[in-house]
Every structure is written in C-alpha cells, then in structure tokens.
Design a protein around this ligand. Structure first.
Ligand SMILES: Nc1ncnc2c1ncn2[C@@H]1O[C@H](COP(=O)(O)OP(=O)(O)OP(=O)(O)O)[C@@H](O)[C@H]1O
Ligand SMILES: O=C(O)[C@H](O)COP(=O)(O)O
Length: 940
C-alpha cells in the first residue's frame, strides 16, 4: 500500500524555523551564532559584491539613487503594536510581552501598549499608530464569489452552482468553514492603519533591508516598521527586494515573541495590500510566495496556523493572520495560488502532514474568499492542481480533509463553468477513461443532455438531481477527457458521487488504466500497487549504517538514537523485558567494531524532568552486560560535562547519554536543543524504530546538524518487514489494539477501519467505548474527550462492514494493585469504585473465535494489566492463540514495548512471525503516516 510507503518526507525544515531574530545591541562581529537565522536564499554575488562577511543586500539601488522622499537618516522606528523599539542597530531591547497571558488568549495591556508613543521618536521617522483592537470582533463580510468565464469576463457565482450544491454545501459548512472572520478595522493594511505610516528615509530602508537580509543582530520590529512604510509609500522600490524579503518575513512569523511575529504578519499584509497599486511589487511578491518550496514554507504554514488559531491562542495575532491570508489570496492570481498548493503538496522538504494541511488550508482560503479565477484556468494549470492531489492521496487517510478541500476547489471550478459541458470526445482524440469498466455499459457521458460533441470538452456539468452513480460517471468522463491523471480523476469523481456502487466501479476503471485503486467511501482513500506505488517505494529507500565503511566510521563520533524505553518493575526499577536493548545491539556493535566513538541516546518513559526513576542507569548496566564492553552513563544528555565525556571517548567506546526527555525541549523538537545534542558528533544513526513516529529533537531535529544521517540495522529491518507485511496483507487482516495509551492510539483506529477486516479492542482502550455507549465504567481508564470519537468509530466500523470486536465481560479490581480483590462482570455491570483491568473469559473466547480465520494479525497493546498475574489471562490467552495461528501459517506481528514484554513473559515470542520494537510507530506506519525519524535521513 503506497500510503504506507509514502511515509518519508523531510521535516528538518520545520525544525530550523521558529527561532527568534537576534536582539539589538551587538555588532556583527560579536553576534552569537544564529542557528535559526532566517532562510535567506543563496544568490550569486554581483561583480561589485561586498567582501564575504560584509552585509549583503539585494536592493539593487544605492541609497543615493533611491527615488525616495528626502528624509532624515535612520530614525528611531516606533513601537509595533505590542513591542517598543528604536532605531535599528542602536535601539533599546524590545519589550517582552506577557506571553503566558497571550497564550491564554488574554491580551493584558493591549490597549495601553497600543497607546504608547515611543519616547525616542524623531521627526521623519515612520510612525505607526495602531488603530487598537476593536471593542468586539465582528465577522468580516466576504465578497460574493466572482468567477470568470473562460474568456475572462467576470460573473457572479450563483447559489445553484456553488453554495447550494449538495456536495459542496456540507463541506463548506464543516471543513471549509474555518475561523476566517476578523475585524475589518484591525485589518493590517487597512487605509486607516496605513495612513499612520510615514514615508521612510532611504537610509533607514536600506538599513532595514540589510539588517533583515543578513540576519545581523537587529530589532526586527523597527526594521519591519520601515519596510511597512516603504510598502505603503514606495512599493515599486521595494519590489526588487521581494525574493529575499518574503522568506525572511515568513520566517519571522514563526518568532516566539508575538510582537515580532505580528510585525512580520503585518508587513506581509502591507506588501500584498500595496501590490494592488504596484504591478512590480505584486509580481515580485507573488513570484516569491509561489516559489515557496523553501524552508520558509513553514513560515507560511505558521501564518495559516495562526489564522485558524491552531498554534496560538491570541485573538489579535489570529485576526491579523486571518486578514493577511485573505489579502494575500486576494492578491494572488489563480496560477500563483495553484502553484503554491502544488508546491506544498509535492515538496519533499516538508512533512506530508504539514504539506497537506498547508495545501488544504490554502485551498480553503481561496475557496472562502472566492478570489481565484479557477474556472478561467487553462488545462495545464488545472492539471497541475489535480496532480497536486496525488501525493496527498498517497499519504493515506491522514490527508482526507485537505484532499476534500482541494477537491471542493477543483470541483467548484468545474461546476461554475457554464460555457463548457460534457460531450463525447472528438473523433480520434486519445481516450483515457474506461467507460466499460464504469458499470460495464456504454452509456454516453453526455446523457445529462449536456450536448453535442464539441471536440474540446473541458468541464463537467453534474446536475444535483443525479444519482451518485451517474454523477461519478459524468465526473469521471469529464476528468479523463482533460487528460487528468486517473487516480486524481477517480478520487474527485468518487468524491462527487461520495458513496454507492459508483466508487467500486471507479476502482475498476482506474484499474483498467494500470492503477489499482480502492475508495472506501466516504472516509479514506488508498491506492494499491501501481505506478504511484512504485514511485513512492523508490523514494523511501534510506541510506543505512551498513553503507558506511570502517574507513568512513573510524574515529568519527556517531550520535545513535535508540529506543531503550524498556518496561520496568515500578518499584524496583528492574528491567522486565530487555528486547529493545538487545535489538539495538547490532548497530552499536557494528559501529564500535569499525572504530567509531558511539554516543547513544534514548528516552525512558514520559518524565516531566530529571528524576531518578527515569534514569537510564539500569539500561547502561544491562547494555554493558549484553554488549560485553563498558557502556558509560553520562550525567545528562547536554552540557559541559557531557561534552567532556564525548571528547574523551576513544575509538570503539560507547557512551550512553541520560534520558533525553529530562529536557522539555526534546519533545518540542527545539532546534537549539537539537544542535546542542549534536555538538561534538559527526554522524547521525537513527535506530529508534519505536520512537520514529515522534518528531523530536533526538529523533529528527539532530539530523539538521549531522551528516551523513542514516538508518540503523534495527530501523531498516523493521521497515523492511512491516512495510512488506502490511502493504498487501493476507486476508482476513485483523488488528488488536489495547494497552493504556488511549489518547494517542484511539485516533489510529479510524485509518485501521479502512485497512483491516476485523478490529479487536482490548486493554484500557475499551472503557472509552463503553462510556460512549452510556455504560458506567467505575474507575476504569477513560478518555473523556474521546467519547464522541469512540461513538463515531463504532458507527464507521458498522458502515464499512468491519467487524468491531468489543469485549463483553471484564475482570474488575477494587484498586490498581497486584493484590487487589477481583471479579468477572459483564461490561454492563461495573460497579462504582471498581476498575476494569482485564478482558473477561467470555470475551477472550469471543476474540479467539473472531481471529481464528485471520491470515494477518497485528497486535499492539496488552489486553489487560498483564504485569499483575490476576489480570494477565486475557493477554496470555491472545498470546497463545497468535502462536497457534502462526504455526498454521498466519502472519503475526507483535508491536510495542509492553506487548512484546507480555509475549516474552509468556515464552511465546519465538513463535510469532515478527516481534516489532515499535507499538505506536508500527500503527502509524500501518496508518500510512510519515515517520519523521525516517523522513529526516539521507536517501540511499
Ligand atoms: N484495563 C487497563 N487499565 C489500565 N492499564 C492497562 C489496562 N490494560 C492494559 N494496561 C496497561 O497498558 C500498558 C501498555 O500499554 P501501551 O499502550 O504502552 O502498550 P505498548 O505495547 O507498550 O505499546 P507502545 O510501545 O506503543 O507504548 C501496560 O503497562 C498495561 O498494564
Ligand atoms: O514505547 C513506545 O511506544 C516508544 O518508546 C515511544 O514512547 P512514547 O509513546 O512515550 O513517545
């Protein structure tokens, strides 16, 4: 299944962004290294380029020749709405905001900050007087959608061709209706706000561009204020700087300091606002944004996230971002917008989820503002957009919503195109579709009365009263005549039809084109082997540590991320299962033998900070025994002592760093922390399959600072096995999901529903489902905020015909302890004060029966608290059944630290087809998600 194989994208880009620009005061020579300096594109230096190290600007005019109003040289710029600032280079430090309050959505002192007039303000300086926040946010009235005909004359879209369409309306109302409401007064770039900006001094503009472009220590708000003023008063002058300035602005939007981020958003907005009056600025800005496949894309995504309030709960910044997006989309020609969507979808530099989210959001904004002249698009542009959908499809169901949004945009273009209609193809024109497979008939695609053969059919007109099958046929016919790629055509057509047998027939039709294609409507799409599969399969091969020779490794310091997160006895901290340690040995042994100096890193548990019980000390001991050589334990994973210990390593020696999760920056994938982790190391080997689904500093972030970056033997082995086994499973295919990580695994169930024939629930997972059904679960493990999801999942399973096996009886306990009193009760009779800690005997029998004919079984998460013998029967029962089924030819895969421990404890590990060190990771792989720990590695 290609969706599995399309898990390998690059997230490094995201890790680098987000840093804050340097503070004013320091000279360039004194400036500290900027790990997260803005992504200024490398450019060829002109003949008269300054010497290396000197500031480089890309404004191709000298200050003396700039056609700017005469004004004083660098004058202190004035406060942004939330930060005070001064003249760049000599200004006082930017005032800190109350970030905590902002994060809570409260804006303390907002109005007082707005009212601040800068004490150092001098005549001639650009002045910003914020209009201040309006008393109440009111929804911005969006323009009535205006579409152009193919000839370019605008006409208003009508409710019959947009809003009331049965397929569009629900999507618009749900997924498309993002929080795109804002206050028109607060809209950056509004005439009132812009009128407060005075013309900038030429020198100040040059200085600001220089500062921003060279990432010198600057006060970004001061510089951005100057740029804003230039955007308003001298937009043509600013145009040549756009190629470099846009990435800087996008980068700065990610600054942790909200005032800085907001200043960048406002500047971006001003640039696009002025684009309306300056064709030169417009062209340059659009080109720079459309070319946004650089690391700065994550900046644009940050803007979108802010607009939807998904990354920061600050109303003002959200309103600004909202308006900025709308301004930008309104300014962009459709082709640029399409290009951006396409860039997002196809950029291999970004995480697939980031890409799809960005593409979907852009499409949604475009649709909401109706600013794009999609119906006027020519065929190549339309094809480009449709092709953009494909990588998302390959990424599987994680991308369903963005795909839907794109589909809506594309489809709206078709149905709003009155000049064109469906008809038979021109004689002799290539026929890509397979009409026969669409139900085996030879019905004409023009049976909606769309008419006679025009010979150049480019659209589909699907009346609302058609049945799904007819809609699908007509959609399909229209798309294939536009030479649209079959998968995209099929998905779009099927989305139009949404359900019914048409979907199945489209699968056949696509199959006839060489694509095996299944659309388990209305949920997820997934492709099977075909050209698309082969493409992604080729792209997934990563360089392996075995590709590095002893010569390349000898004397090198190799940072190895392993998953040594082993189960432990909660009281004695003794390791209860060392599978993960043993599994990591081949890589360490290979490196050590080759003369490398091995710096080993891992997490253990989910600690909140340094604590004895999550120390890797027991792991270091056990590894020393198993490896047959000393594995020293560093006191921490970063810091001076650690640096010394690394520097003291001899060839072949192994140093284990302390629990990397003692630092909260690890899980935030903080770039500075990742850089610190990588300090003193040369090469990155990721062997932590169990943690490869986490985009953390030690699993993905460090890859930005080390090269080469390769997979370890374990990671490779896991991928080779799991991808092969679940890509085309022998059926019936069942998944068993149990354990205690309910919130992180319940979401996986949705995509499992699209892949498995049977789904068995166990462990702590089941009680959320019971509660969702209105049952009382006593003190059992429940995720209250997942009750709705649980309900939906049960309904979806039913709709999809997936056998959803939920235990009917449970073993309950009066406390969470090995010596707790226990009894078996039906799930309808769990008394208050008792908690379910295992599935009951009746359920175990039921599960055994359900699994007995399965040919592939993936198990993650024990059925109960197997660590306590009184609650281990369910887990042991399933372990024995799987061992037996394996002996009869079934493929059994056990994944997860505790699940493997349970099977080991039962002495049955050897009898399973594959013991995977990854629980969540193997589920996410099955789900078709990107594994960031793999994506960041070098391609083979
Ligand atoms: N009904 C239950 N209530 C509470 N805890 C449970 C219950 N059933 C099982 N567990 C606990 O779940 C834990 C394992 O869950 P977990 O989801 O971590 O599985 P895993 O196999 O380790 O997978 P992963 O590697 O993804 O963490 C075990 O420690 C077990 O005691
Ligand atoms: O046990 C696991 O699944 C891995 O070690 C990852 O742990 P996490 O779920 O705490 O990230």
């Amino acid at each position: 299944m290609p969706s599995l194989l399309s898990c390998f994208c690059f997230e490094a880009v995201m890790k680098r962004d987000g840093g804050e620009l340097a503070r004013p005061g320091a000279t360039p020579a004194q400036a500290p290294e900027q790990p997260d300096s803005p992504p200024v594109k490398p450019r060829a230096l002109p003949a008269d380029a300054p010497t290396p190290g000197a500031p480089v600007i890309t404004l191709h005019a000298t200050p003396a020749t700039l056609p700017l109003p005469d004004a004083t040289a660098c004058t202190p710029a004035v406060a942004g709405d939330e930060e005070q600032t001064g003249c760049s280079g000599s200004a006082p430090a930017v005032a800190e905001e109350d970030q905590l309050a902002l994060a809570l959505g409260d804006m303390p002192g907002e109005s007082s900050v707005d009212a601040v007039s800068h004490p150092q303000q001098a005549p001639g300086a650009p002045v910003v007087q914020s209009a201040g926040p309006p008393a109440e946010e009111e929804p911005m009235v969006l323009p009535i959608p205006k579409f152009k005909t193919a000839k370019g004359s605008p006409h208003a879209a009508t409710s019959s061709n947009l809003g009331q369409h049965p397929r569009l309306a629900p999507v618009r109302n749900s997924t498309i209706s993002l929080a795109f409401t804002a206050t028109s007064e607060s809209r950056p770039g509004s005439p009132a706000a812009r009128a407060t900006l005075r013309p900038p001094a030429p020198k100040a503009l040059v200085a600001a561009l220089t500062n921003l472009n060279t990432a010198q220590p600057v006060d970004p708000v001061a510089d951005l204020t100057v740029i804003r003023a230039a955007a308003v008063h001298t937009p043509d002058v600013l145009a040549p700087a756009m190629a470099d300035l846009v990435p800087v602005l996008l980068h700065t939007m990610r600054a942790p300091r909200l005032g800085t981020a907001r200043a960048a958003i406002q500047t971006f907005s001003d640039v696009f606002q002025s684009a309306a009056t300056s064709p030169a600025l417009s062209a340059a800005a659009c080109a720079a944004v459309a070319d946004d496949s650089t690391p700065s894309s994550s900046g644009l995504l940050a803007l979108m996230q802010k607009a939807t309030g998904s990354d920061i709960n600050s109303k003002r910044i959200s309103a600004d971002a909202n308006n900025c997006l709308i301004t930008m989309v309104e300014s962009l020609p459709a082709a640029s917008l399409i290009q951006m969507v396409y860039n997002y979808c196809s950029s291999s530099k970004m995480h697939i989820r980031v890409r799809s989210k960005a593409a979907g959001l852009l499409a949604a904004v475009a649709y909401k503002t109706a600013a794009t002249d999609l119906p006027a698009m020519d065929k190549p542009t339309m094809s480009t957009l449709l092709k953009a959908v494909e990588p998302l499809l390959e990424a599987g169901s994680a991308c369903v919503v963005p795909v839907r949004k794109l589909v809506v945009v594309v489809y709206s273009a078709f149905i709003a195109q009155p000049a064109l209609h469906v008809g038979p193809p021109a004689p002799g024109s290539p026929r890509k579709g397979n009409r026969r497979s669409l139900g085996g008939t030879s019905r004409s695609p023009s049976r909606d009365g769309g008419g006679s053969s025009t010979g150049s059919i480019t659209s589909i007109h699907v009346p609302e009263d058609k049945d799904p099958r007819t809609k699908a046929e007509e959609a399909w016919a229209g798309f294939v005549r536009m030479n649209v790629q079959p998968p995209a055509a099929a998905v779009i057509a099927a989305t139009v039809a949404r359900d019914g047998p048409a979907g199945a027939e489209l699968i056949e039709a696509a199959g006839a084109e060489g694509f095996q294609f299944s659309i388990p409507l209305p949920g997820s799409f997934h492709l099977h082997r075909g050209p698309a599969y082969r493409r992604t399969a080729a792209a997934m091969v990563k360089k392996n540590v075995g590709d590095l020779s002893a010569e390349q490794l000898a004397g090198k310091v190799v940072f190895v991320r392993a998953d040594l997160n082993v189960p432990q006895n909660k009281e004695t901290l003794a390791i209860t299962d060392d599978t993960r340690i043993r599994a990591s040995l081949p890589t360490i042994h290979y490196l050590s033998k080759a003369g490398a100096r091995v710096v080993l890193s891992s997490h253990l548990g989910r600690p909140k900070g340094p604590e004895k019980k999550s120390s890797l000390e027991p792991v270091a001991k056990r590894m020393t025994e198993l490896l047959g050589q000393e594995v020293a334990l560093a006191p921490d994973c970063i810091g001076e002592e650690v640096k010394k210990a690394i520097a003291a390593l001899q060839n072949g020696q192994v140093l284990l760093l302390e629990n990397v999760r003692w630092h909260s920056e690890e899980e935030k994938n903080d770039p500075a922390f990742a850089k610190e982790l990588a300090a003193g190391c040369d090469i990155f080997v990721n062997d932590a399959f169990g943690t490869a689904h986490r985009a953390h500093a030690s699993t993905a972030g460090v890859a930005d600072y080390l090269s080469p970056k390769v997979s370890g033997f374990l990671l490779k082995k896991e991928l080779d096995y799991l991808v092969g086994a679940v890509e085309s499973p022998k059926r019936p295919f069942a998944a068993i999901v149990g354990g205690s990580k309910v919130s992180s695994k319940i979401g996986v169930i949705e995509s499992l529903l699209g892949k498995c024939d049977k789904l068995v629930m166990g462990g702590g997972m089941i009680f959320t489902f019971y509660k969702a059904q209105g049952l009382s679960v006593g003190g059992s493990l429940v995720e209250e905020d997942k009750l709705e999801l649980a309900k939906e999942l049960m309904e979806k399973a039913k709709a999809k015909g997936v056998e959803f096996v939920l235990p009917t009886d449970v073993v309950i306990a009066d406390k969470f302890a090995a010596d707790a009193a226990n009894k078996v009760v039906p799930v309808t009779a769990i008394p208050d004060g008792w908690m379910g800690l295992d599935v009951g005997p009746e359920s175990t029998e039921m599960i055994k029966k359900a699994l007995s004919d399965c040919q592939t079984i993936l198990w993650n998460g024990p059925m109960g608290v197997f660590e306590f013998p009184a609650f281990a029967a369910g887990t042991n029962g399933i372990s024995h059944l799987l061992a037996e089924l394996t002996s009869k030819g079934a493929t059994t895969i056990i994944g997860g630290g505790d699940s493997v421990a349970a099977v080991e404890q039962a002495g049955l590990a050897e009898k399973m087809s594959h013991i995977s060190t990854g629980g969540g990771a193997s589920l996410e792989l099955l789900e078709g998600k990107v594994l960031p720990g793999v994506a960041c590695l070098d391609d083979a």
